[in-house]
Design a protein around this ligand. Structure first.
Ligand SMILES: *Cc1c(COP(=O)(O)O)cnc(C)c1O
Ligand code: SF4
Length: 345
């Protein structure tokens, strides 16, 4: 049946993709976040705007998966700036994982054999309060400068590199055109075999898995590996499930998840077991469960190492091996992530 659409529903000549509109429309103030969740300031007295460098930011789609009226909601805790962030805690650093020492060329981190990580952008659709890059000097560290020239040159010159990892920020904050311009150049470097993307954007905005992203990922010569970042089973709603299914239409794709073990979010084994089950039901394999990187301002998310190992042992006791993420810690100067539990502990 033909019907006449209201004018606003006709596509404009150069439409902004819906996911970019969702990025632009994200919630950016504590007042708006509290209002969306029917919470009162009295229920969350310690909330503030976040810092100028790392203000509150969360897309509506992610907020819609939070429980209204619950100040302890595990999704809310991940994005809620609390005044604890301003406490200076001993042992917490601005660059806890030694990224600046590992940077050979602006925006290129080459810490591990065979893998070069590109800082593609400073932007993220969501600001996760526990993020270890919250203090990162993105102005000096951006591989996108000069059309990626220096980063490409670095990768071309080192034939031991077989995999390029797009990171950030969030690489999927870039348009598909810009991503294609980069991967077209990477495709021509003969020693590369894999292109990996570390992203949280589709988790908070499932529309990001759009047709043009699928076309881009399907067109590269390199085998695609997408590592999403989901911390709690409540993050996987119907929209995200469908987006993850769409992503699996990319030929030969490998789809993995990494989580961070966070106090007040996912620090119990039943939650993490439910997460592994939900990931598998959406075609995603658990990859890493990271211990918190000790970035200044994140101490309120940390849990004692012994407790982390107990949680891990409980998961291991109840799930098939392929649903158990590897418990890892990033240590500055190490040749890879450090696997736990270590015998020495
Ligand atoms: C984590 C990380 C990688 C990837 O490590 P994998 O164990 O291969 O997942 C690569 N480069 C840097 C700088 C990293 O921090
Ligand atoms: S999306 Fe990733 S990089 Fe961005 S703030 Fe969250 S954890 Fe950090």
């Amino acid at each position: 049946m033909n019907s006449i659409l209201p004018l606003s529903q006709y596509p404009s000549p150069q439409p902004t993709p819906p996911w970019q509109q969702a990025v632009a429309g994200a919630i950016r103030t504590p007042e708006a976040l509290l209002a969306a969740l029917a919470l009162t300031p009295a229920q969350l007295p310690a909330i503030f705007n976040g810092s100028d460098q790392f203000p509150l930011r969360v897309p509506h789609s992610f907020v819609a998966r939070m429980k209204r009226g619950d100040p302890d909601d595990p999704l809310l805790r991940q994005v809620l700036p609390l005044s604890e962030e301003n406490a200076l805690t001993q042992g917490y650093l601005d660059d806890p994982v030694g990224d600046l020492d590992a940077s050979e060329t602006p925006g290129v981190l080459h810490k591990y054999h065979g893998r070069a990580l590109l800082i593609t952008t400073a932007a993220c659709a969501v600001h996760c309060r526990y993020c270890f890059r919250r203090n990162f000097p993105y102005q000096q560290q951006n591989a996108a400068a000069n059309q990626w020239d220096e980063a490409i040159r670095y990768i071309e010159q080192d034939t031991s590199i077989t995999e390029v990892i797009l990171s950030g920020g969030d690489p999927l904050a870039l348009s598909d055109q810009r991503l294609a311009a980069l991967s077209n150049r990477l495709d021509q470097i003969p020693h590369l075999t894999r292109l990996r993307i570390h992203t949280r954007l589709p988790v908070v905005i499932p529309e990001r898995i759009c047709d043009s992203l699928i076309t881009w990922l399907s067109s590269s010569r390199l085998s695609p590996v997408v590592v999403v970042h989901i911390n709690h089973p409540n993050e996987i709603d119907k929209d995200l499930h469908q987006a993850l299914q769409r992503l699996q239409t990319v030929p030969n794709i490998t789809l993995l998840n990494q989580s961070v073990l966070l106090h007040g979010v996912n620090d119990d084994s039943n939650t993490l077991i439910a997460l592994s089950e939900a990931l598998f039901a959406s075609g995603v394999h658990p990859y890493y469960l990271h211990l918190l990187d000790k970035a200044q301002g994140t101490a309120h998310f940390d849990i004692p190492l012994a407790r982390a190992i107990t949680i891990f042992d409980e998961i291991h006791a109840k799930l098939p091996g392929y649903l158990v993420p590897r418990l890892v810690q990033e240590q500055a100067g190490a040749s890879g992530k450090t696997l736990l539990p270590l015998n020495s502990i």
